[in-house]
Ligand binder design. Structure first.
Ligand SMILES: [Zn+2]
Length: 493
């Protein structure tokens, strides 16, 4: 059942008359009140999306986003600073084009995959070969024809979180097959209809893809696939994708902080990524939740309450390129990780928060149930042990820190994810305020709990957990495993 604000206000009024109320009342009632009533959230988000716009890490727009975050924390009365790290390279798209050299000519809409290797000067002229879904069997069927060709791979329309996971999980194996057969480039049929384009990427370390890759508008890709399938003579195309690749660059995370009253050296992190792709303005992914993190900081600050432990409000950069900002945070703060009690991440748009995924941390279940008990009216207490490899929690999880990734209803996320349509108007501001109130209260309660939520795991325990949750297998598929196994990411033995 969807919890709307009248219920929450009733909850607040009940809390105000706490003396008479037998029901448990959260210490963080004042936090909730501030979060639900602040007009600043919408204005923060409008300025980030409309005025800063899309903000790819390593670009001037990202630097403006960092300024926005510093200003917003300051406006909330919360002290904040930035922390720098080095990205291996910067990337932006040039004038991507696909021309048909024979057969029917028509304009093809396409965009480079993020962090795709560019084509050589003058582009690539080759046969366009439709390889169905790009399975082993499809590649076997294509045989020698795939060598030297530009491959076109089908997709299904993305309608659910599952569909989105599948789109990511299949990319790496297809890429490996394409490289193995000596293909020259890969074109992905867009998983959205009505010629909507979106920026996809599969980099897990900020390095370029092994081949030039682009996403082609679904209807155009289907027409090309039909042409490739129907012709007895091969269909030749020229792919020009002069992506601009720069050298190593400094990027920044922004960290706001409210000091703990009892154990200031112990911390709880509330994190969201501030960076985005730039076809749209990064509203659902993840501007709304960057604004939510600041709203949470503002509400706690304004409540006058001080939690037992320190809360750090971290806006990460480099998330879209393999969690580079959160990876840098973990590296830079490794000496303090024993004192980091929990990391909460919000990165799934503006759908109602239903609970948290704990990436196998069953030890955290009971303590978290206790924390969330008084927040019952938010109806956000569904806890799952499933693993989460999709956002900035990953490097914290690999360090043995308990991580909580907010689970959210899909809402309008799938239609707009990474797409040119991901703009301010897609954000349900009413729901965003409720999510902000819930997260602010939950994080406050976690930081204020007498006992820590859970302990930090040893490397051996983390390895067991990766196996039991199936995360190990998934990390192998997406390419994260190598760095973990080599000791480049995650807790040292
Ligand atoms: Zn995101």
């Amino acid at each position: 059942m969807k919890m709307r604000s009248p219920g929450l206000f009733a909850f607040l009024m009940c809390a105000a008359a706490a003396g008479a109320a037998p029901a448990p009342v959260s210490n963080s009632t004042a936090v909730i009140g501030h979060a639900l009533t602040s007009p600043q959230l919408a204005d923060d988000l409008r300025r980030l999306t409309d005025e800063v716009g899309g903000r790819v890490s390593g670009t001037p727009a990202m630097a403006r986003a960092v300024d926005w975050a510093m200003g917003a924390f300051q406006g909330a009365g919360v002290s904040a600073h930035t922390e720098s790290y080095t990205m291996p390279l910067t990337w932006s798209e040039g004038a991507t084009r696909l021309e048909m050299l024979d057969g029917a000519q028509f304009p093809v809409a396409l965009v480079a995959e993020g962090w795709s290797t560019p084509t050589p000067p003058g582009g690539i002229e080759a046969e366009l070969l439709h390889v169905g879904n790009g399975t082993e069997a499809d590649f076997a069927r294509a045989g020698k024809q795939a060598r030297g060709a530009i491959l076109l791979v089908d997709s299904t329309v993305i309608q659910s979180w599952d569909d989105l996971d599948k789109e990511y999980d299949r990319a790496m194996p297809i890429k490996q097959r394409a490289v193995a057969v000596g293909a020259r480039a890969v074109l992905w049929m867009a998983g959205r209809e009505r010629r909507l384009l979106y920026r996809h990427t599969d980099t897990v370390d900020g390095e370029l893809s092994p081949l030039p890759m682009a996403t082609v508008a679904r209807e155009d890709a289907m027409r090309l696939a039909r042409a490739s399938d129907a012709r007895s003579a091969p269909l030749h195309v020229r792919l020009t994708m002069p992506n601009i690749v720069g050298g190593a660059a400094q990027e920044r995370n922004v960290i706001g902080e409210i000091l703990g009253r009892e154990h200031p050296e112990q911390t709880v992190i509330l994190g969201a990524h501030l960076d985005s792709w730039e076809l749209g303005t990064g509203a659902l992914d993840n501007g709304c939740n960057a604004a939510l993190v600041i709203a949470a900081a503002r509400a706690i600050q304004a409540s006058g309450l001080r939690p037992r432990r320190t809360i750090r409000f971290v806006l990460f950069s480099g998330e879209e390129e393999g969690f580079q900002g959160s990876r840098a945070y973990v590296t830079q703060h490794r000496a303090e990780l024993d004192q980091l009690r929990a990391m909460v991440a919000v990165d799934s748009g503006v759908g109602r928060i239903t609970g948290f995924s704990l990436s196998g941390r069953s030890d955290v279940l009971e303590p978290l149930r206790e924390v969330l008990g008084p927040l019952g009216p938010f109806d956000a207490a569904q806890l799952s042990l499933s693993g989460s490899l999709g956002t900035d929690n990953v490097d914290f999880m690999l360090e043995g820190v308990p991580t909580l990734v907010a689970d959210q209803e899909a809402g309008n996320y799938m239609q707009n994810y990474h797409a040119s349509s991901d703009t301010y108007d897609k954000v349900d501001l009413h729901q965003l305020a409720q999510n902000a109130a819930f997260v602010a209260a939950a994080v406050y309660e976690i930081a204020d709990r007498a006992e820590p939520l859970g302990t930090r795991l040893s490397r051996a325990d983390i390895a067991r957990l990766l196996d039991s949750t199936g995360l190990a297998g998934e990390m192998k598929v997406t390419g994260l495993w190598k760095a973990w196994a080599a000791g480049q990411r995650g807790r040292a033995p």
